[in-house]
Design a protein around this ligand. Structure first.
Ligand code: CP
Length: 333
């Protein structure tokens, strides 16, 4: 079992002193039920979470988390992830504390991530955290007994997004097995594609990676595919014909905030734009997913297509996150 962390990890530079081999090595996060990655989840655990998400979709409002406190610590901006986690907690009867901007916290005075996590652990039963540094969630999970849910760590992983992606794929395709999944756009910095790729390991997928050279899937994820026997094809063409046999077309935004060279961002930002007139040859079952936010990689005219599923996908995030919070707290619906 592996957790892939970008080689660009800057935790060491940030004085968090996490040895890289420790980050690469999956320790058993289930000791304290943290969700740092779901790459190590097997079919049984994933099915358990899918079934729980379906149960919450049937009835999202319950009081099963009464008396619990959920902390949402967002060191990076978010709309969907934070609001759906907070909605999930509220709909299940928990109370929510947290922040949306680290500038208003004592981290702006120099408090370390370790101390921040230890303090919040005094107040909350579960901590949902987004951080710009790859490996930050793993590190946080090692300094507290309170479960950490990784809400995105740099360009590394985004497991709760993956859970809602899996739920969306399962709902629309009726299965997770043997699917053709096309990932398009920023495959270098896109943590959602990294997480999804690894989580699909048990389901015999065939991936098509469509990206400009500058944003191609990083070598460590291709190595992961080779090691795990996951089929993949890399291509740069993005046409009606090249996407004709996709079951899932997973579009991504070019992540401006991860570029050190903004000229390079300008060069690649519009590399792939999906238009409604490109959907003429696609499979009937094909669904377009996107973690959102979109910038201009999906034209507005695609929104009316029966293949467009990204807004429902975001709605599925509520149910998937209700399931994840309950799972880390060991509470059944
Ligand atoms: N998909 C996603 O992570 O969206 P937000 O950045 O709005 O949370």
């Amino acid at each position: 079992m592996y957790l892939i962390i970008s080689r660009r990890s800057i935790l060491r530079k940030a004085n968090y002193f996490v040895p890289l081999q420790e980050i690469w090595k999956i320790t058993d996060r289930m000791e304290n039920r943290s969700i740092v990655s779901i790459a190590d989840y097997g079919k049984e655990k994933i099915q358990y979470l899918l079934d729980m998400a379906a149960e919450f979709e049937r009835q999202p409002n319950r009081t099963i988390l009464q008396g619990k406190v959920v902390a949402t610590l967002f060191f990076e901006p978010s709309t969907r992830t934070r609001l759906s986690f907070e909605t999930a907690a509220n709909r299940l009867g928990a109370r929510v504390i947290g922040f949306t901007d680290p500038k208003v916290t004592s981290s702006s005075k120099g408090e370390t991530l370790k101390d921040t996590i230890k303090m919040v652990s005094n107040y909350a039963d579960v901590i949902v955290m987004r951080h710009r540094l790859e490996g930050a969630a793993l590190y946080a999970s090692e300094v507290t007994h309170v479960p950490i849910i990784n809400a995105g760590d740099g360009s590394n992983l985004h497991p709760s997004q993956t859970m809602l992606d899996l739920y969306s794929i399962y709902k629309t395709q009726g299965t997770l097995e043997n699917l053709n999944i096309y990932m398009v756009g920023d495959l270098k910095y896109g943590r959602t594609v990294h997480s999804l790729l690894m989580s699909m390991r048990p389901y015999n997928p065939t991936f098509h990676f469509i990206a400009p050279k500058e944003l191609e899937m990083p070598e460590e994820y291709k190595m992961y595919c080779k090691k795990e026997g996951i089929k993949y094809v890399e291509q740069t063409d993005f046409t009606e014909d090249t996407i004709a046999d996709a079951d899932i077309l997973y579009m991504t935004r070019v992540q401006r905030e991860r570029f050190t060279d903004l000229m390079e961002y300008e060069r690649v930002k519009d590399a792939y734009i999906l238009r409604a007139d490109m959907l003429g040859k696609c499979r009937e079952n094909m669904k377009i997913l996107h973690p959102l936010p979109r910038v201009n990689e999906i034209e507005q005219d695609v929104d009316d297509s029966p293949h467009a599923y990204y807004f429902q996908q975001a709605q599925n995030g509520l149910y998937a996150r209700e399931a994840l919070i309950c799972s880390v707290l060991g509470i059944e619906p």
